[in-house]
Design a protein around this ligand. Sequence first.
Ligand code: ASP
Length: 352
Amino acid sequence: MKMQKTRQGAKASILLIYTGGTIGMVQDPVDMTLKPFDFKQILDAVPELGKFTYRIDSYTFDPIIDSSDVEPSLWQRLAYLISARYGDYDGFVVLHGTDTMAYSASALSFMFGNLTKPVIFTGSQLPIGAPRTDGRENIISSVEIAAAKDTDGHAEVPEVCICFDNMLMRGNRATKINSDNFRAFRSENLPPLAEAGINIRYNRALIRKPEDWSAPVEVNTDLDTRVSILKIHPGITPQVVRNILCGDQTRAVIIETYGSGNAPGKEWFLNLVKEASLSGKILLNVTQCIGGSVNMDIYANGKALKEAGVLNGYDSTTESALAKLFCLMGQSDDNAWVRARMEENLRGEITK
Ligand code: ASP
């Protein structure tokens, strides 16, 4: 990892953290695959950053990775880094691959409490050196948002967000929906927190603010990753459901259901759900739909899940549900405590 200064003696100060991803990759002329390159070249490729009056420092992870290699240990390193440098900067911009950006942004949103400064994730669909790259716009908008202050001198957006294709989304609401379009992310259940046009327009009614600006930021890096995801589909077999729901090493299971929270009403399926629930596992119902919410009171099949002890994930994304479980389970061995928190809105991740 290395710290590099690009500009001194200016007003706002931003730490640009490079973890990897397409934004900093180049094409290998031999096998034509995309490989990471030195972050210094990103700064050369975005000379517009020098036009800001901000101080922009950069920090490069070693190694830089394709985000499909992201592990929770990267979230812990990011959280340590940001909390260690929290007092030195007005905002943080995390350059990250798009593939798992929604997971990482969700995780950081739960790992930090009482956040008073922006942590903005961004990346790109085309490498920064490509002629039509979207990376330049994404970095510039992210830096401007990370530095923005309101009339009281507080951060405009003291939240963990994803900034992509001129949209600022709450990190734990966003999901990657397209592998080649510049609009790679969508926040279907919550409007954007800001949109970048000629000016950056903030949706101030939606932006969460800390209760006490002077209280210290909290960081919790303990994570328990014993979570599985059961995606319901026609033809799913008892063996597969048993392996996922009743596995010894699993403390919680996210059940990705149909529509408003429905799953098969067959006896064998409900018996396995009950068995997992009675053995103490935390079971959470999240819909496979990109928009809308779980409501287990509408259909008999949804109600059967509720009666079997499955929790309501409301309009949570799967990425956010996974990160929330990791964080809450890391904080407590008490499943009753985790269950109660899972149905609460902690970081603006669900609509209740
Ligand atoms: N595979 C890349 C990554 O997630 C894709 C990207 O950055 O867009 O690191």
